[in-house]
Write a protein that binds this ligand. Structure first.
Ligand code: 5GP
Length: 129
């Protein structure tokens, strides 16, 4: 069965898309732990990040860098945290999280996002791409 992220890639589930190319997609997390929390994913559905071939893995990091630089400017955070977990969705994704300290990394802070706020945030981040 297709992962929820493959359904997003195929347009079967809507997302707040930030950036896309032929291999990767970045969109806002629906349960952000901080405003601007973004997921950068591979379009190929591979569960575990270190199963990616080197070229696809290094490309994911460069794609995440491009998006992360824009997130930092848009949110004016100190650092964009980079986390890979994958315990909920078995489809490689990098969490890009605007942070101002270690306490901002808690996934216990995740809250369902307000759709209107996500729409505003997408535009703010895209202005810095
Ligand atoms: P992980 O697999 O790394 O534990 O986390 C998966 C992340 O995907 C979670 O932060 C969760 O909020 C996010 N997520 C799960 N389903 C959807 C969805 O349908 N849309 C979006 N935008 N994010 C999702």
């Amino acid at each position: 069965m297709a992962s929820i992220f493959t359904k997003i890639i195929n347009g079967d589930i809507l997302c707040h898309k930030i950036l896309e190319d032929d291999r990767y997609l970045a969109f806002l997390d629906i349960n952000p732990i901080r405003p601007g929390h973004t997921l950068a994913i591979t379009k190929r559905e591979i569960d575990y990040i270190f199963d990616l071939e080197d070229n696809l893995l290094s490309g994911l990091m460069l794609f995440s860098k491009e998006v992360g630089i824009a997130i930092k400017k848009a949110t004016r955070c100190q650092r964009v945290g980079v986390v890979v977990a994958g315990y909920e969705v078995p489809h490689t994704h990098v969490h890009l999280i605007p942070t101002n300290g270690m306490s901002d990394f808690s996934f216990a802070l995740a809250q369902q996002a307000d759709q209107a706020e996500l729409t505003v945030m997408v535009t703010k981040i895209q202005e810095h791409l």
